[in-house]
Design a protein around this ligand. Structure first.
Ligand code: G1P
Length: 271
């Protein structure tokens, strides 16, 4: 069973400036609800019991969002507004499942994962990247089904325009296991078009084995100084760890860029 999920939330969000100069991008509203709540609901619906948030001092606003008790209690004391009570209950429900760890230097997703090492209890855990919303079908849930069936690590996969391969982690696929699942023989972080093994991209949902922590300790930072989770995964694949690319059927929304963020509101509004 996959019971724990981790969400890296320490990113600077420079692609959404100037909003992110004062605001945590994951709390920006998408159709009236913070993007982060869609991700939490995906976890709950997929049977996750504990979520670990990796935040930074700059992103304390996220912790405050879940720990603003005095504000709610004062409001409710003054006037028993059922809507306020409902919202407060929802926040308390979320909070029960959330733990916080800190990554104060933006040293990449791999470094963020490493910060959760002491809290991960089982052999496998789920990671969701908050910029990547997937609507219409619960991607984490269907990945957990594939994980149960094949007893291996699973990552979300989507076909992308060939010209855009250098924006993504890109898979080299091996054996087809069924209509949606393929074994992976390589995964390369943001390759040039000429070095890209396919146009199948990594999307931000990963079921990772605990052995990733040992690999991450020896994973070298890339040119930009960040430790990429993709590089640690590639090293595990080379050690014969089984990884599956899962072609999900939901709709992907990229909330990490301004155009994508605006579009995600329009798409969710259509549901
Ligand atoms: C990250 C991953 C990349 C993946 C992408 C999906 O990149 O490093 O492999 O394809 O998420 O959104 P980032 O968006 O942080 O540049």
């Amino acid at each position: 069973m996959i019971k724990q999920a981790i969400i890296p939330l320490a990113g600077l969000g420079t692609r959404l400036l100037p909003l992110t100069s004062v605001f945590a991008k994951e709390l920006l509203p998408i159709n009236g609800k913070p993007g982060l709540e869609y991700i939490i609901n995906e976890c709950i619906d997929a049977g996750i019991k504990e979520i670990i948030f990796i935040i930074s001092k700059r992103k304390m606003m996220i912790k405050k969002y879940f720990y603003n008790d005095k504000f709610y209690k004062d409001l409710i004391k003054k006037k028993k507004d059922p809507r306020v009570i409902e919202e407060y209950k929802k926040i308390l429900k979320f909070r029960k499942m959330i733990k916080f760890v800190y990554q104060n230097k933006p040293k990449g997703t791999g470094d963020a994962v490493l910060k959760t090492k002491k809290l991960i209890k089982d052999k496998y855990f789920l990671m969701l990247l908050p910029d990547d919303l997937i609507i219409k079908k619960n991607c984490s849930k269907s990945m957990i089904s594939s994980h149960k069936r094949y007893k291996s690590s699973v990552m979300a996969s989507m076909s992308v325009n060939k010209k855009s391969v250098s924006r993504w982690g890109i898979y080299k696929l091996d054996k087809k296991l069924n209509k949606t699942d393929y074994l992976i023989s390589d995964v390369i972080e943001k390759p040039d078009l000429k070095n890209a093994p396919s146009n199948k991209a990594v999307i931000g949902r990963y079921i990772l084995p605990r052995s990733i922590f040992t690999k991450l300790k020896t994973t070298k930072p890339s040119k930009g100084g960040e430790i990429h989770i993709t590089d640690a995964i590639q090293a595990l694949i080379k050690d014969n760890e089984k990884f599956i690319a899962h072609h999900f059927s939901g709709k992907y929304l990229d909330c990490g860029t301004m155009n994508g963020y605006i579009n995600s509101t329009l798409e969710i509004n259509k549901l």
